[in-house]
Every structure is written in structure tokens, then in C-alpha cells.
Design a protein around this ligand. Structure first.
Ligand SMILES: NC(=O)c1ccc[n+]([C@@H]2O[C@H](COP(=O)([O-])OP(=O)(O)OC[C@H]3O[C@@H](n4cnc5c(N)ncnc54)[C@H](OP(=O)(O)O)[C@@H]3O)[C@@H](O)[C@H]2O)c1
Length: 249
């Protein structure tokens, strides 16, 4: 029997078409939520995710957006309000990874990395704070690199680092309305996002750093996000590291 813990809730999932975001869209719909599935380039994946939700008896709609543009972030939340009458949960899984030495990183790469990992994350939190109903939940995706001392990921870890501060400030600023704000920061996850930046040797190294010598699976992360979106309202202003003990220290 399907869970109904999110019955009558509306969830906006940034990057909700595939991988972790796709799983969350289907999970939340399974639990009774109406889901706004955001996508960037993955129109087909968004259609498939929405179809899977509708075929299972749930409600979902897809919306395109480049979330580095504030107008597109606003349109995402407009869609939730116009289609379902409001929003209760906002999860931003968008991001971009680059593994490159500082000395080889261009201005264009820096701007692109900070555009999606920092600017889009900020305005997603801002718009969620404006548009969510009281008792809402805001969850952003960070990376376990926020706690690492390592090379190569300056613009990825650096681009995600402001999330911790955005999260704490928003948790304070939205607390009167009982809106909780958190960042979930997984270790290397077994999705197509991860592999293009790594060599086979480094993939093996990353596996060696976690419990059971394996990469994080999206199914390992989804339960924490589901918890934060449901019973976990008292957890706020936190960055959580569900990473199987992964460390690159
Ligand atoms: N996989 C890992 O190893 C790992 C580890 C720790 C944390 N994370 C974080 O977890 C989150 C989910 O990652 P994932 O593995 O599930 O990969 P993913 O599905 O590729 O997630 C990244 C999402 O960001 C979207 N995106 C990129 N640029 C965008 C833009 N300008 N506007 C709007 N959306 C944009 C991508 O869409 P397009 O592909 O269409 O551009 C994609 O939907 C990311 O924030 C990532 O940083 C990943």
C-alpha cells in the first residue's frame, strides 16, 4: 500500500526529472504529494517521470528552466501555485561538477560553476521562502566535499560551500513561519553526474573511502530527504553528510 505521509502537500523538485531528483519526484508522489518536476535539458526524462507518476495514480507537472536565471526560478514556483494552489516542499537537486586544477580553470568555467551551484541555489531558497506555505521544508543538495581537504574540486566544492551559509541564514529568517531549511551533502553518488570527471582509478579510490567499498546509491540518500520533508521539521539550518563514512582527508 502506498504511503500517504505527503497527502495534500505540493513539492517542487529542482532537477526533478532524473537521477536523485527523479527518484525523489516519484517517491514524493508515492507518498501522496503533487509534484512539480523541474528539468533543464532533460525534457524526455521529465516526460517519463511525470508519466510514471500519473500512471501510478499520482499528480505531477513538468516545467523547464535554467535556474541560473532568477525569472526561471520564479516561474517554477508560479507553476506550483497556478497548478496546485501553493507549495509546501522545495528540494533543489541542481548542480554541476568540474574537476580541474585552479591554474587551468577559466573565467567562463568559474562563472558557470558558481552560477548553478551558488547563485541558483540562493535564489531557489529565496523564492521558496517567499512562496512556501507555513511549516514548509526547503532542502538543497550539497556535496561531502564541503567537509574534505582535497585538490581539483575548487569551483565545485567552492561553488557549493555558500549553501551552508544560505541554509543557516534562511533557517533563522524563515523560522517564524516554521519553515525548516537544510542541506544534504552526499558522498560520490553512482549517477552519470559523477563519472565524466573521474578516471577508473579514482572511481576505485572513491569506492575505497566509504563503508563497504562502494559509491553512494541514490536510494541511500532519498530516505533522509523524505524524512526532512515529513517528520523532520525540527532539524533546521543543518548540513547533513549521508556518505557511508566517505572521507578524502
Ligand atoms: N553524483 C554525485 O557524485 C554527487 C555527489 C554529491 C552530491 N551531488 C549533488 O547531488 C545533486 C544531484 O546530482 P545527481 O547525481 O542526481 O545528478 P544530476 O541528475 O545530473 O543533477 C544535476 C541536475 O542539475 C541540473 N542543472 C544543471 N545546470 C542547470 C541549470 N543551469 N539550470 C537548471 N538545472 C540545471 C541538471 O540538468 P541538465 O543535466 O539537463 O543540465 C540535472 O538535472 C547535485 O546537486 C550534485 O551536485 C552529486
Amino acid at each position: 500500500m502506498a504511503e500517504t505521509t505527503l497527502r495534500d502537500k505540493v513539492a517542487v523538485i529542482g532537477g526533478g526529472e532524473k537521477n536523485l531528483g527523479g527518484l525523489l519526484s516519484r517517491d514524493f508522489a508515492d507518498a501522496g504529494a503533487k509534484v512539480v518536476v523541474h528539468y533543464h535539458t532533460g525534457e524526455n526524462e521529465a516526460e517519463q517521470t511525470v508519466k510514471a507518476i500519473r500512471d501510478a495514480g499520482g499528480q505531477a507537472v513538468s516545467v523547464h528552466g535554467d535556474l541560473t536565471k532568477v525569472a526561471d526560478v520564479r516561474r517554477l514556483f508560479d507553476t506550483a501555485v497556478d497548478t496546485y494552489g501553493g507549495a509546501d516542499i522545495a528540494v533543489n537537486t541542481t548542480g554541476m561538477v568540474l574537476r580541474k586544477p585552479i591554474l587551468e580553470t577559466s573565467e567562463e568555467e568559474y562563472d558557470r560553476m558558481f552560477g548553478i551551484n551558488a547563485k541558483a541555489a540562493f535564489f531557489f531558497i529565496q523564492e521558496a521562502g517567499r512562496r512556501l506555505n507555513d511549516h514548509g521544508k526547503i532542502i538543497s543538495l550539497g556535496t561531502s566535499l564541503l567537509a574534505a581537504f582535497t585538490d581539483g574540486y575548487s569551483t565545485y566544492a567552492g561553488g557549493k560551500a555558500p549553501l551552508e551559509h544560505f541554509t543557516r541564514a534562511a533557517a533563522k529568517e524563515f523560522a517564524d513561519r516554521h519553515i525548516s531549511v537544510n542541506t544534504v551533502a552526499p558522498g560520490p553518488m553512482d549517477t552519470p553526474f559523477f563519472y565524466p570527471q573521474e578516471t577508473p582509478e579514482r572511481v576505485e579510490f572513491h569506492k575505497s573511502q566509504a563503508m563497504g567499498h562502494q559509491l553512494t546509491q541514490i536510494e541511500d540518500i532519498a530516505p533522509l530527504i523524505r524524512f526532512l520533508a515529513t517528520e523532520g521539521w525540527w532539524f533546521t539550518g543543518q548540513t547533513m553528510f549521508p556518505n557511508g563514512g566517505y572521507t578524502t582527508r
